[in-house]
Design a protein around this ligand. Structure first.
Ligand code: TXA
Ligand code: MG
Length: 319
């Protein structure tokens, strides 16, 4: 249990939030949609802290927040439609899922190992000040415990029963969120067609009007991107994977954890936050070796539950 500070959104509060983020702590920040639980997107262990605080039983890719469209170009590729949308709707309640640049420097836990990244330039003045002062991208899902409703005030976030009070270092208080629902999320299929991935603060019709085309809608359109290979929602290794291994079989790559030692280890020390931070990097590296993968047992408590969820999905037979 930690004491969750409520920071005023003045120079001192912004400075305190930056210092905490630089130390790898999580800080809740106001955006115009909902409060987000932010961590330094370049620091895998800090990002693991988001999952630990939310008690999220699975790793979903997180939205990365940046101060302007120019800084988005440093981490993601923007095609003509993305540039058009950015010019019209940023800063604002639009998230775009774009190809991740190889040199982006973003922790792989942020994208859950995917080659794409969700990016947004928020309009809230406090979020913008914090992003400029911190100078690095901030990964932030909505600042609620897993399964609870999204918070739209600092008091919602800091509530010890229904929010994250006692589980995070601080909340930057920027008052009530004017939009109150999450951002609209847009992605592109492999053949370049724009798709609505989540309804949100910006009406889909406004996006369609600007682009001069209808959006693919996964909920109603069977051809819309939702499955891996089109617009992947989950990274899965190409090779077979077996769980709870205490040693490698012949021609297997062993991924170690704690006492099960291997050149590729999720955490030699058996530290779950370190294991979460390394998970997708290590899966990619083992996958690249081309041999079936055996993974050491990972305890199923805390972040271990999300690690095991991802490992079980990677181990499940695929059609
Ligand atoms: O308004 C918002 O979007 C708020 C504020 C804090 O920015 N954030 C938010 O984050 O609602 P979250 O984590 O609750 O929802 C993010 C959604 C998830 O459904 C996730 O799967 C999707 O964005 N997402 C993020 N990156 C993605 C990617 N690379 N590919 C597909 N979906 C992605
Ligand atoms: Mg959420």
């Amino acid at each position: 249990m930690v004491t969750t500070l409520i920071l005023k959104a003045d120079d001192r509060g912004i400075k305190a939030a930056c210092d905490l983020l630089a130390e790898g702590a999580c800080v809740a920040l106001p955006t115009e949609t909902v409060y987000g639980l932010a961590a330094d997107a370049t620091n895998g262990k800090a990002v693991a802290g988001i999952y630990a605080a939310k008690g999220r039983p699975a790793f979903n890719p997180l939205i990365v927040h940046l101060p302007d469209a120019e800084s988005v170009l440093g981490i993601a590729e923007m095609g003509p439609q993305a540039r058009l949308l950015a010019a019209r709707f940023w800063p604002g309640a639009l998230t775009m899922v774009l190809p991740l640049r190889a040199d982006a420097g973003i922790a792989s836990l942020v994208t859950a190992g995917l080659p794409t990244i969700g990016v947004r330039v928020p309009a809230h003045p406090v979020a913008r000040r914090l992003l400029r002062a911190f100078g690095r991208p901030l990964a932030a899902p909505s600042a609620n415990p897993s399964g609870r409703i999204s918070p739209t005030s600092a008091a919602h976030v800091a509530d010890p029963d229904t929010g994250l009070g006692g589980r995070i270092a601080a909340v930057l208080d920027g008052g009530d969120c004017p939009v109150g629902v999450g951002s609209t999320i847009i992605g592109w299929s492999d053949d370049g067609r724009p798709a609505l991935l989540r309804h949100g603060g910006i009406p889909a019709e406004d996006i369609e009007t600007l682009l001069g085309t209808t959006l693919l809608r996964p909920e109603s359109d069977q051809t819309a991107p939702s499955s891996p290979g089109q617009l992947s929602s989950h990274y899965a290794p190409r090779v077979a994977l077996r769980l709870n291994a205490d040693r490698a079989g012949p021609c297997e790559t062993l991924i170690g954890f704690g006492p099960v030692a291997a050149p590729l280890s999720l955490s030699e020390r058996g530290d779950l936050a370190e294991a979460a931070a390394r998970l997708f990097d290590i899966l990619h590296r083992a996958d690249a070796l081309g041999l079936p993968i055996a993974v050491a047992p990972v305890p199923d408590h805390g972040l271990g539950a999300a690690i095991n969820d991802r490992l079980r999905r990677a181990a499940a037979p695929r059609g």
